[in-house]
Design a protein around this ligand. Structure first.
Ligand SMILES: [Ca+2]
Length: 202
């Protein structure tokens, strides 16, 4: 396995108090929900009925959104920060092609490179701690537990709510109360994702 991916998984294991296999399983389920990755229906470019082109901004396994200061751009900057914190010891030159043309298009990267970006994105994000969602403490995320992480820390469906949830589950940080509509959206998203994960086949 790529050294950088190994390092990120190792840091995630220690920061989140979870086994690497459980983290990889959670990531695979998120990719399955987001893009049907691992099936013949894999859609590296988001299909959307809300745009005239028929495509949305999500790209790749985890459907990171393209555009300035959007999800993919943020994840790239977080990987650069992670590498800097490790004395720039890792080769992240694979980013060059998607940074130079400002496409930030993760569908042009390998699955391994996308896993690297996902982990760096969550590790540098102060609230995105997978282990906090393991509410029964068995070091594995059930589908319901993972759906909470997915909703709060990866889904772009509702804005700014993650800090409120972070507080609710015992973290620290600023609070921003969810309004009723956001709470309902979160609930509906979690129902849909946890149901979807059941169809994931490792
Ligand atoms: Ca659990």
């Amino acid at each position: 396995m790529n050294d950088l991916l190994t390092a990120l998984l190792g840091q995630a294991e220690s920061n989140w108090g979870m086994d690497e296999a459980a983290i990889q399983d959670a990531m695979a389920k998120i990719a399955f929900h987001e893009s049907k990755y691992g099936t013949p229906e894999y859609t590296p470019i988001q299909i959307s009925d809300e745009s005239s082109s028929g495509y949305g901004p999500g790209r790749g396994l985890y459907q990171y959104e393209i555009g300035e200061q959007k999800g993919a751009h943020t994840a790239i900057n977080r990987l650069i920060s992670f590498n800097k914190s490790k004395g720039n010891q890792y080769d992240i030159s694979f980013l060059k092609s998607i940074v130079d043309d400002k496409s930030y298009d993760f569908s042009r990267l390998t699955p391994e490179e996308q896993k690297i970006l996902f982990l760096a994105d969550k590790l540098i994000d102060p609230t995105a701690n997978m282990g906090r969602y393991d509410t029964d403490g068995d070091k594995v995320l059930s589908n319901e537990e993972l759906a909470g992480f997915h909703a709060d820390e990866h889904w772009a469906g509702y804005g700014g709510a993650e800090n409120f949830i972070f507080d609710l589950i015992g973290g620290i940080g600023p609070t921003k109360p969810l309004n009723l509509l956001e709470m309902m959206e979160r609930h509906a998203f979690m129902d849909k994702t946890s149901e979807d994960y059941q169809f994931y086949k490792p």
